[in-house]
Design a binder for this molecule. Structure first.
Ligand SMILES: [Zn+2]
Length: 555
């Protein structure tokens, strides 16, 4: 069975219209009517993983379907994930909480807790590490590390009848946007969509899983290359006889890794979202409901193939089409919905293609800066043994071992600082004391200093003793032939900048090019449904999304 036919089966089983991959005709244009004074019946909050402001700018002229619709509302092309550690978990934690990682507690995908019994001391952001026989890689998913309520959580407190749903390609996206009180919380678990431990199965999700399994267990032929992608379709040599840039997402039956790093996973997640909306009657109740949707393909594709090749180009056209079909379905159902679309962080193309495209200075990390190599170097210089330093990569929070005496601590710190200072790839190393002494930043996120960004990422008790920041144009993956070729995570704008887009039927379009924050999303959405959020509980501010003299924010 083909991809299209299997998705059609899934969709029909769930009594849905066909997603965009199933039909050739374009989406119906959204009818223009005056905006209703009433609150929307459904909030649809979408995060497209690694959808940088740069990707949005590059492709916005080509969108014809769902993404085009998003450019016709309130457009903030210069949104900021304003913090320093631009990773998936911190990014998703800001989107629906109104808060920066300094308040959400989600400082990184993985941090270190030197008090845990685990040998490697690593803790995943969306796990419960108290579960026996787990590790930061083989964990039990949990929302327990998120320190603040989500939008859905606040809506439920205000009105317990509110239906809160969160679905995503990644557990941390679903969990950080849905929060602990979401009624339905599903993410792609590698072979199918799964939920939190102890939560009941959902027959509808089982049905969707059956359809997706059929799809996964078929060979997938090449996807078509849109004509506009032809100029990006050239091979970039990454060494060891490997290249990227010309991929078409063909895969063998059952190759779940290739499935995940392709537009297929977003199509499946949107089918699941639409099925849950219909099945639960979201948007058809007396109150406003909310669904958050994490579309993860963009990130896996960016990491696997980079951001400027044929692969990302195909993904952008597919994303546009799939979102178009999803919105058309909601329109046909007569649901009055408000959409917000943003990203958890931006992204950076691989150095090898950058060098082909006018950036000869682009480089990969010197492997001697990796925590393992640093440990060995410091041990050799100080005569100390064992693990002296913990860190999740060369550019991350770094933690000194608790077993060190004050004198040893000073010796290790001095040795490390000398190594970091001597490296031409390190921009700065900030100490936790310096960061803690910095006031919480305010003002335009586009003009913050690095230490202000670090402060927005700083959570006492979780953050490290040092935060290491690389210079711009350094990719913290030493060898692209062993796994991912490109990444994000830096404090530079290419990783911080994301679009923030709001759309509702009848909205008058405007564009605001000045910087705003993803922490502004919660108060902005809350205002449109009359949900009170005390200012002291969040970092963001309400954005007035009515063009001209009208005002969507509370006075
Ligand atoms: Zn990523």
């Amino acid at each position: 069975m083909t991809f299209r036919r299997v998705l059609a089966t899934v969709a029909m089983a769930a009594a849905l219209c066909t997603p965009a991959l199933l039909n050739a005709q374009g989406p119906a244009p959204a009818p223009a009517v005056a905006p209703a004074a009433t609150p929307p019946k459904l909030i649809v909050a979408i995060s497209v993983d690694q959808f940088s402001g740069d990707l949005f700018n590059e492709y916005r002229q080509h969108y014809v379907a769902g993404m085009k619709r998003m450019t016709e509302g309130a457009v903030f092309p210069r949104g900021y994930q304003s913090h320093a550690a631009t990773e998936t978990c911190p990014g998703h934690s800001t989107i629906l909480t109104g808060s920066r990682p300094a308040r959400t507690g989600i400082i990184a995908n993985t941090w270190f807790d030197l008090n845990t019994a685990r040998a490697d001391k690593a803790v995943y952001c969306a796990e419960d590490e108290s579960q026996p026989e787990t590790s930061s890689e083989a964990y039990v998913a949990s929302p327990l590390h998120l320190k603040v309520p989500t939008m859905g959580g606040r809506m439920k407190v205000a009105n317990p009848a509110t239906r809160v749903v969160s679905v995503a390609g990644k557990d941390r996206a679903a969990i950080m946007m849905g929060g602990p009180t979401a009624d339905q919380l599903w993410w792609w678990g590698g072979k199918n969509y799964v939920t939190l431990k102890g939560r009941p199965e959902n027959p509808l999700v089982t049905q969707v899983n059956g359809g997706v399994a059929k799809l996964l267990n078929e060979d997938r032929p090449d996807m078509e290359l849109p004509a506009e992608c032809a100029s990006r379709d050239f091979a970039v040599d990454i060494g060891a006889g490997k290249s990227v840039g010309t991929g078409r997402f063909a895969r063998k039956a059952g190759d779940s890794k290739a499935f995940r790093a392709s537009p297929e996973i977003d199509a499946a997640t949107l089918v699941l979202a639409a099925a849950l909306i219909e099945n639960m009657g979201l948007g058809k109740q007396a109150q406003t409901d909310i669904i958050s949707i994490g579309l993860s393909a963009n990130d896996y594709i960016g990491h696997t193939y980079g951001t400027e090749g044929a692969e990302m180009c195909i993904q952008q056209y597919s994303l546009d089409r799939e979102l178009g079909a999803f919105f058309d379905r909601l329109d046909k159902d007569g649901i009055d919905y408000e959409v917000m679309l943003t990203a958890d962080h931006g992204g950076h193309d691989l150095p090898e293609r950058h060098r082909e495209n006018a950036m000869p200075m682009e480089a990969r990390i010197d492997p001697s800066l990796e925590p393992k190599a640093l440990n060995a170097a410091v041990a050799a210089k100080t005569g100390l043994s064992g693990t002296l330093l913990y860190g999740d990569g060369a550019a991350s929070d770094m933690y000194l071992a608790k077993t060190l005496s004050p004198a040893q601590r000073k010796k290790v710190t001095d040795t490390l600082m000398a190594i970091w200072k001597a490296s031409p790839q390190i921009q700065t190393v900030l100490t936790s004391a310096e960061i803690a002494a910095t006031p919480s930043p305010s003002g335009p996120p586009e003009s913050w200093s690095l230490i202000q960004e670090a402060r927005a990422s700083y959570y006492p008790g979780r953050s490290g003793d040092f935060l290491v920041m690389l210079k711009p144009r350094i990719t913290p993956i030493a060898d692209p032939t062993k796994g991912y070729v490109a990444t994000h995570g830096s404090p530079w704008d290419l990783d911080r900048r994301v679009p923030i887009l709001f759309w509702r039927k009848g909205i008058a379009s405007f564009e605001q090019p000045l910087g705003v924050e993803t922490a502004d999303i919660l108060p902005t959405l809350a205002a449109t449904i009359g949900l009170a959020v005390p200012k002291g509980e969040i970092d963001g501010r309400c954005l007035d999304i009515i063009a001209g003299p009208g005002e969507s924010c509370p006075k």
